[in-house]
Design a protein around this ligand. Structure first.
Ligand code: 5GP
Ligand code: ZN
Length: 123
């Protein structure tokens, strides 16, 4: 037996380390396939990241490989919005994809942002 996870995992990935518990985070919800935690540098009163436990570099790779887990991420985003009390006022779910769009951590993640007015189009 080995204690290596069977899920796709990158040893140098920050979010894989949050999944494994090697890097601490303020976790708000967990499922068999996802983990959600507060962003360390919040851009809104509510700013939570929802990630798959498995490592995929972005949302497109996740949804191509494991569409059911991509759906889990979206469902969790909605559950979190309801729990945080931002579902009624409105919130945004964002997948920055690629460095030109601001992606800095290459483990797929949804940003759930709310609790203030959000401008459109985004910057
Ligand atoms: P991206 O820029 O890739 O779309 O989003 C990455 C997010 O991860 C950023 O909003 C950033 O603030 C957040 N982040 C970076 N490092 C950490 C960390 O160590 N802990 C937590 N909770 N969030 C982090
Ligand atoms: Zn990862």
């Amino acid at each position: 037996m080995t204690d290596q996870p069977s899920l796709p995992h990158q040893p140098d990935c920050l979010f894989c380390k949050i999944v494994s518990g090697d890097v601490p985070a303020t976790i708000v919800r967990e499922t068999d396939t996802t983990v959600a935690f507060r962003d360390i540098n919040p851009q809104a009163p509510t700013h939570i990241l929802v990630i798959p436990r498995a490592h995929y570099p972005d949302a497109a790779a996740l949804s191509a490989a494991e569409p059911a887990v991509a759906a889990d991420v979206l469902r969790e985003a909605g559950e979190i919005a309801a729990e945080e009390g931002i579902a009624e006022t409105g919130y945004r779910v964002v997948f920055n994809t690629g460095s030109g769009a601001g992606q800095t951590v290459f483990h797929a993640h949804a940003h759930v942002l709310g609790g203030r007015g959000l401008q459109w189009p985004p910057g």
